[in-house]
Every structure is written in C-alpha cells, then in structure tokens.
Design a protein around this ligand. Structure first.
Ligand code: XMP
Length: 509
C-alpha cells in the first residue's frame, strides 16, 4: 500500500484515486501522523501532497523527519517536494510571480518517473515557491521555462520530487508518472480490486457482526444500496432495512426501488408510509432551514420507532464513504482538529446504543459504483444522480402541498426522461426541476393563463463542493420546456438556471 500525507492540498483525494486506479491500495493520512503508525501500515511508498502553505511560513505543516530514514521511497508533489528539499538541506525561494496553468516539461536527466516519455509535454503547474538549491545527492531531472527545478531525484534513496501536479488530468503523462512511481520505484503489486475488496469486506462483516442483527436506513441512493447489499451478502436475513416514504419522493421512486432492491437483490426491506406525518408537519412552512429541521427530526423519530420493533439489533449499517472520513479530519489533523459528524441518521447510533457497520468507508464514489456492479446491482441504481435527504421539499420554493408536489413530480419526470434520451444523464452530476413560488401570465390556445413557473437545474461536478451549470443544448432545452408546458397542468413558463456553485448552491434551498 501507499500512504499519502496530506499537507492540505485540494488535490489529495485525487492523488489517492490515481493510485487506486492502478489497483494499489492507498490511504490519506494527516501530516502529524506518528511515524510508528506509518511503520505499522508497511507502505511500499509514501507520497507527500501539495498544499497552500509556503515552507518558511509560521505554522506551515510539517511532519516527523524520520520519515526519510525509513528506507521507503518518497514522492513529494509541489509543497511535498519543497518540504523534502527543505528538510534534507536544500533551499526554497518564494517566487515573485505565481506560476499557474500549463507549462512544457523538458526532461533533463534520467528519472524512472519519466520512463518512455519524450521531452516537451504539457504539464499543469500551480505554485508560488520553487526549489533553488538541492539537497546533497539530488539531481534536476526536468525543468519548465519558468521553473528550472521542476523535477528532482535521488535515485539511491528513491526520493523523487515533482513541482508539477501529476494527479490532475491536464498533466499529460501525469498518470504514467504515478504508475512508474508505484511499479518501477516502489515495486507495488496490483492487488486492490473490487473483487478482492468485496471478499475481504464480506469476511470482515461476518466476523464483526456474527449472528447479531443490523438495522439500516435505505434512501434509494447508490451508497446505502451498495452498503446494504454488501452487508446482506455477509449476514443475509439478519440485515433489516428500513425505507421511510416521507411523501417527498420523485415520481415512481418507491416502485423503482422495490423492484431493484427487493425483487432483484432480495433485501429484507420494510417500507414505512409516513407521508401524512411529514406533510402535516410541513404544512404552512416556507423557511428552508425549518423545512430541513422538521424533516430531519421526523426521520429520526420514525426510524427509531421502526427500529425498536426489531428485537436485539446491535448494529447500525451506514453508507459512509472515504471522502467523508478524510474531510472529517482537518487538513493537518491533530488532536485539535474538529471531527465533523457525518452520520446520515444524525445522533442515532449513540442514542440507540448501536455499533456502526460502515463497509464503504475506505471507498471513493467511483469505487462504490464498481463494487455495486461486482455485487450484481443493476446500472439504473448504480448510476442514479444524488438526491437530497429532504427530497422535493427543498425543490419547492414556498409551501409544500400535495398539489404542488404532484406538479413538480410530473415536470421532473419529463425533464429526466429527456435528459436520459439525450444520453446526458450520467454525464451530469444532477439534473432536476424546481417549482418556483411565482406565477406569471401566458397565453395558451388564445386564452390568457396565470400559472406556475418551473426552473431547470442541471450541473456538472466531481464532488458537489463546486459545480458548473451544464451547457445543455438549446434544442434539448426547447424540447424539455415544450413538453413540461404542454404535458404538466398549471405550468406556463420554464426557465433555465445558469448559476455555478459558488456563488449559488446546487439545490435551491
Ligand atoms: P448544495 O445545494 O449544498 O448541495 O450545493 C450539494 C449536494 O448535496 C446534496 N444535498 C443533500 N443531500 N441531505 C442530503 O443527503 C441534504 O440535506 C442535502 N442538501 C443538499 C445536493 O443534492 C447536492 O448533490
């Protein structure tokens, strides 16, 4: 395995993913990880990530220097390279001008990272500081026009440094450099596959849970479905899933899930109809935060009541993913870092005295999808776009009524149908309809109308932290608009949201 040391880079998850794409397991650890812990992991190599700090700044992140005495290959990227240069006796200089964007990388000396590469290819740079003096026994292996020391190597110790960012897609040959580090320098083996993960996870769950019962809330999303299927594979009918229908679901959602999860996967699921409860509690509520609180609290209440009917449950299953775990440690870790609670069913495990089973907590989203395929879950479910816990409530601006929910359901279903027909569903992070709290005048069949307005929201994103509005083709937008106005009663206007995140958010509330 490989350990990625987090110096605060926005790209450290990307580094981890690049490693895993090569079927090599890796873990991101905060820079203040004790050296004993690194040793205990027995890594074949260590990657020091980039970061926003400058090496001589007060409070810039550091780590135990004895890392360089372990006899383990090290690759430093950007700040990680500066740190290595600094600790081993070289010098870093604050650049007068930040180098940001593309540069041509000229190979100057032999370096296993550049094996089989022709000199002069595009790489992506983003740095203020640069190395100006190398530690002993290091050589410069590549330069760019603005950065004479763009790559360094100490082949004897197997220490390598890259000023460029090999992990971003824009760096041509970047993935290859990482591959070469893994296989030519660290001599890793390719044994991290979803099949091996599945078998290992099933064995671990069996051992941890034994013949005890696990309860789990299913949302119909990818993560909880895959987690439940995996747990089910390990303990079968001792997994009790609960799906709460809060009345805020999309058109035919419940039927689709029943087909996918019960018919196809044989999960033991109790569907709880709590529509009236939620809609009554939401009556007259227009404030977005109030809506969210009411829905969150009611969910816990309903889930808890159902769970208490399952005698002797000792575990709660959850679909927590690796990015949640990484984000929950602060960039530089340490005892003072704030641990965010990522429990989807907030507070339940403590309150109900349940132990957690979180079998996906080492996986990224794309790996969860691969695991889902390995488990036999069908593509429709695996490639679902995310849907928020509070459901359509935060896509109806203003009061939530049965009538308004139905208008939105119809419009949303048409929109999704057209997005799928256009082959765009998987390319978009999310695409959905929003019902606005305004009415406007229109004319239909020579008659004046005064009806509701739907907004189309479609975004591209990798992680929902940032997002861009999707540049949907005009003819597709036209088709969606026509169909919604013609086929959904009480809609006479459709608008398209062209706001990115930031400054907007993906959802409207
Ligand atoms: P925003 O609107 O904050 O959304 O840009 C980012 C992503 O999170 C989803 N989202 C939620 N998911 N419970 C969830 O499970 C929630 O309360 C919630 N709010 C937003 C949203 O759909 C988007 O993918």
């Amino acid at each position: 395995m490989i350990v990625v040391i987090d110096f605060g880079s926005q790209f450290n998850q990307l580094i981890a993913r690049r490693v895993r794409e090569n079927n090599v397991y890796c873990q991101v650890e905060p820079s203040n990880i004790p050296i004993e812990k690194i040793k205990a992991l027995h890594p074949e190599g260590i990657i020091l990530s980039g970061g926003p700090s400058s090496i001589y700044e007060e409070n810039s992140p550091t780590m135990d220097k004895s890392l360089f005495d372990l006899g383990i290959p090290v690759l430093g990227i950007c700040y990680g390279m500066h740190y290595m240069v600094h600790i081993l006796g070289g010098k870093i200089k604050k650049a007068s001008k930040r180098e940001y964007g593309f540069a041509s990388l000229e190979i100057k000396d032999s370096d296993p990272l550049f094996k089989d590469m022709e000199t002069g290819f595009q790489c992506w740079m983003s740095h203020g500081d640069s190395a100006i003096e190398l530690p002993e026994n290091f050589k410069i292996t590549a330069s760019t026009q603005n950065t004479p020391i763009a790559a360094i190597a100490n082949p004897e110790k197997k220490f390598y440094g890259l000023q460029l960012h090999p992990e971003v897609e824009h760096s041509i040959n970047g993935s290859k450099m990482i591959r070469h580090f893994l296989f030519d320098v660290c001599k890793c083996s390719e044994n991290w596959t979803m099949k091996s993960f599945r078998d290992g996870a099933v064995a671990q769950i069996k051992e941890a849970v034994g013949d005890k019962k696990v309860i789990m809330g299913l949302s119909g999303g990818v993560d909880s479905s895959v987690a439940a299927t995996l747990i089910h594979k390990a303990i079968g009918k001792n997994l009790f899933c609960i799906f709460v229908d809060n009345g805020l679901l999309r058109k035919n959602e419940k039927q689709t899930l029943e087909k996918n999860l019960i018919t196809n996967l044989d999960l033991n699921i109790k569907f709880v109809d709590a529509q009236d409860k939620f809609l009554t509690a939401l009556k007259g509520v227009v404030d977005p935060e109030k809506k969210r609180k009411i829905i969150g609290n009611l969910f816990i209440e309903v889930f808890e009541a159902q769970a208490s009917e399952i005698d002797g449950a000792e575990f709660l299953g959850q679909g927590t993913l690796y990015p949640d775990i990484i984000e929950s440690k602060s960039a530089f870790g340490g005892p003072t870092s704030i641990i965010k609670s990522h429990h989807n069913v907030g507070g339940l495990p403590e309150k109900m005295k349940l132990k957690l089973v979180e079998p996906l907590q080492l996986l990224f989203k794309d790996e969860v999808r691969k695991l889902g395929t390995e488990l036999g879950i069908n593509d429709d479910l695996i490639w679902r776009q995310p849907f928020p816990g509070p459901g359509l409530a935060i896509r109806i601006m203003g009061e939530i009524t049965e009538k308004r929910l139905n208008i939105l359901r119809e419009a949303d279903a048409l929109l999704l149908e057209e997005i799928k027909n256009a082959g765009l569903y998987r390319k978009l992070w999310q695409s959905f309809a929003v019902l606005l709290p305004i009415k406007s005048v229109g004319v239909m069949g020579d008659k004046r109308t005064f009806a509701n307005c739907i907004a189309i929201r479609a975004v591209t994103s990798n992680d929902a932290m940032t997002a861009d509005w999707a540049k949907l083709p005009h003819d597709l937008l036209g088709k969606i608009s026509n169909r919604i106005i013609n086929e959904v009663e009480n809609i006479n206007r459709v608008v398209f949201d062209i706001t990115s995140k930031p400054p907007g958010t993906i959802e409207w509330e």
